[in-house]
Design a protein around this ligand. Structure first.
Ligand SMILES: Nc1ncnc2c1ncn2[C@@H]1O[C@H](COP(=O)(O)OP(=O)(O)OP(=O)(O)O)[C@@H](O)[C@H]1O
Ligand SMILES: CC(=O)N[C@H]1[C@@H]2OC[C@@H](O2)[C@@H](O)[C@@H]1O[C@H](C)C(=O)O
Length: 365
């Protein structure tokens, strides 16, 4: 078994998740501790500037403008996150680190996906092998390059006795689903997760999120707005499909004329409705849904998902003994070991890769 640390900095720009697992890249032998290194407001500003600059990229190796500084910051923040994690948990023996980096542009239709973060520099600083750049090979081969977590969701699901088919839903900045029925997983991004809600709250109140869905719980959903956004051709496409964080900028999510509560309720309903909208694209309707990612902490969103996915059951990852906040970091530990062992990480039905494909690059110190 390999002891692997996984690191994820997602589209929400909230911080770096850290997790340790023991695995051979197939079976999960043990879950270790988890950690988190939040970004400060000024660090988030730097990452937001990097996303704005990233949107203009057409060369995946170029680092114009603020991207050079942002990449050095991302590498340093991840190094700090691992060093603190190892110290806090008195861990000395780690075999590999899986480093996702920060996505600054994701345009698979242009065969372009860029995660900033310097894998070789992280390996040198940590004195550990680092697997990184997990999406590039898939996108170069014509795949979507996302989502990558389905093979890990499937490994997790093997430990449950839930009725199949089941679905694992990750509600991060963007949301993605893995459909599990014993055979190969089927997966895709479903639409917005928390990113639009966060952006709206920040613009209207200066707060980074609608904590516990409090505003949304008091608002009225504008179903006409939800239906209008769901008219976007993305929602008619079959799986696999993936999204850039800024894909919904067209939706005018400032929602002028909406109160804060009505806006938060409407954008939360949009997330739930876009998840329900994916069901006809899956091979069969899931009987149960397990929700992970930050959205699992939002009771209003969980209620909306339960209503819109009925009669299927909807429960949080924590409720089934997983760690809602750490699944993506655990997944990148798992993927790092698969990369090390040359096992495929993407599949025709998860990213549209032409065949099961390995991915990721290993940097040694
Ligand atoms: N208590 C809470 N109430 C409401 N929303 C919450 C709560 N806790 C977390 N969230 C939401 O979850 C977000 C963080 O989610 P997560 O950590 O899964 O994102 P991520 O790692 O950036 O995701 P991804 O890579 O999947 O896009 C926050 O920005 C916030 O919107
Ligand atoms: C390009 C990119 O970074 N995509 C993220 C994003 O955040 C959620 C969703 O969109 C998912 O497709 C992906 O992350 C997870 C970790 C994945 O690849 O499975």
């Amino acid at each position: 078994m390999v002891r692997a640390i996984g690191l994820m900095s997602g589209t929400s720009l909230d911080g770096v998740d850290v997790a340790l697992i023991e695995t051979d890249g197939e079976r999960i032998a043990a879950f270790g501790p988890v950690g988190y290194r939040p970004y400060s407001e000024s660090e988030r500003d730097l990452l937001r500037a990097a996303l704005a600059e990233g949107a203009k990229l057409n060369d995946r190796w170029a680092r114009p403008g603020v991207l050079k500084e942002a990449e050095a910051f991302v590498t340093a923040a991840h190094a700090e996150a691992v060093e603190t994690f190892l110290r806090d948990n008195s861990i000395a023996d780690v075999d590999i680190v899986g480093f996702h980096g920060q996505t600054v542009i994701h345009r698979p239709e242009l065969r372009l996906t860029v995660q900033i973060g310097d894998g070789p520099a992280l390996a040198r600083r940590l004195k550990l092998p680092v697997a990184y750049d997990f999406r590039a090979a898939d996108v170069a081969a014509g795949g979507q390059g996302a989502p990558l977590v389905p093979i890990f969701h499937q490994a997790l699901a093997r430990g449950l006795s839930h009725a199949h088919p089941m679905a694992v839903l990750n509600v991060g900045g963007v949301a993605n689903v893995t459909w599990v029925d014993g055979g190969d997983p089927v997966a895709c991004d479903t639409g917005p997760g928390n990113a639009l809600i966060d952006d709206f709250m920040r613009a209207r109140t200066g707060l980074p999120l609608d904590r516990d869905g409090d505003q949304a719980s008091r608002g009225r959903v504008d179903e006409t707005f939800v239906a209008r956004v769901l008219d976007h051709p993305f929602f008619d496409q079959h799986c696999p499909k993936s999204l850039d964080r800024n894909a919904f900028a067209f939706a005018n999510i400032d929602l002028p004329g909406f109160t804060v509560a009505d806006g938060a309720a409407t954008l939360s309903a949009l997330t739930a409705a876009s998840v329900a909208r994916v069901v006809p694209h899956l091979p069969a309707t899931p009987k149960s849904w397990i929700v992970c990612g930050g959205g699992a902490h939002n009771p209003t969103l969980m209620r909306m998902l339960t209503e819109r996915l009925a009669p299927a059951t909807v429960e949080t990852a924590n409720a089934v003994g997983w760690s809602a906040d750490s699944i993506e970091a655990q997944a990148f530990a798992y993927l790092a070991v698969r990369t090390l062992n040359d096992l495929p990480i993407t599949f025709p039905k998860t990213t549209g890769a032409p065949q099961p494909m390995s991915g990721g690059v290993v940097a040694r110190p």
